[in-house]
Design a protein around this ligand. Structure first.
Ligand code: NAP
Length: 243
């Protein structure tokens, strides 16, 4: 029986991923802070077990990963948060909060999980297409996901020698509690269920980079190839700053 651990499984994309894998007969460890929401997830299948801890507390992460009910074949590091900066304001409190969850929290989890990795382990990390192109007010979130992308691509260079497979996921807009709070247009947004399908299919096909939805992520990736000055001009013309 295949086994997966999913961080951020109490909500949104991670919730749908946990349901998807359980429906395919995988044993699932669903992680999050909220035991109440994890209990709701576990009610979908007896194959799902909850594991509650705060990713930003290193001792909690170490303790959680030292008492796993089984060793996963697939580690899905999906948990994350998003906050936008006010126009032109490099608010260090916001930047610290976002970096702490998305970058430091991920590094605590990778550090604690790594002793369990063996040849054949698959490590999947959810980044964001926002890391590919600078967008208004997305400085903290985009920078955190750019850090995630670089960290994983760098670790993957050594992990591949040990037979550890790595995938990075670059979603566009997905309808979840994270985006529910946004007050601006989110083009080509897809459901969390669709996102889970794209991710599961990409991982099954051993894709090292998984981008979706195709048209939206293709547009952003193409714009990111332009010289910075052109990127700035196009973004300022085409993408209205969130109000
Ligand atoms: N939605 C999008 O449009 C979109 C686009 C690109 C990338 N992403 C990325 O996709 C991932 C999942 O996002 P989502 O949209 O599904 O958001 P979501 O519904 O808000 O889910 C976030 C998950 O992360 C967990 N989490 C947050 N802070 C945590 C902490 N300190 N410790 C442990 N768990 C924590 C939450 O669990 P608890 O609240 O129970 O702790 C929750 O399960 C994130 O990495 C996000 O950046 C999302």
């Amino acid at each position: 029986m295949r086994k997966v651990l999913i961080t951020g499984a109490s909500s949104g994309i991670g919730f749908e991923l946990a349901k998807h894998y359980a429906s395919q007969g995988w044993q699932v460890i669903g992680c999050g802070r909220s035991l109440e929401r994890l209990s709701a997830l576990c009610s979908y299948s007896t194959l799902i077990q909850p594991l509650a801890f705060d990713l930003t507390d290193k001792s909690q992460v170490v303790s959680a990963f030292s008492q796993l009910p089984f060793i996963p074949d697939l580690w899905m590091f999906n948990a994350g948060d998003c906050e936008y900066l006010d126009d032109g304001c490099a608010d260090s409190d916001v930047i610290e909060r976002v970096m702490t969850v998305n970058v430091l929290g991920l590094s605590y989890a990778l550090d604690a999980a790594q002793p369990h990795f063996t040849s054949g382990t698959h490590v999947a990390v959810v980044g964001s297409i926002a890391s590919e192109l600078a967008l208004p007010r997305a400085g903290a979130y985009g920078a955190s996901k750019a850090a995630v992308s670089y960290l994983i691509r760098s670790l993957a260079l050594d992990w591949q020698k040990q037979g550890i497979e790595t995938s990075i996921i670059f979603p566009g807009f997905v309808e979840t509690p994270l985006t529910d709070k946004n007050d601006f247009a989110m083009p080509m947004m897809i459901s969390a269920q669709q996102a889970a399908q794209y991710i599961a299919r990409g991982l099954a096909n051993h894709q090292s980079a998984i981008y979706f939805p195709a048209r939206f992520t293709w547009i952003l990736r193409t714009l990111s190839l332009l010289p910075y000055r052109c990127q700035q001009w196009v973004v300022s013309k085409l993408i209205r700053s969130p109000s």
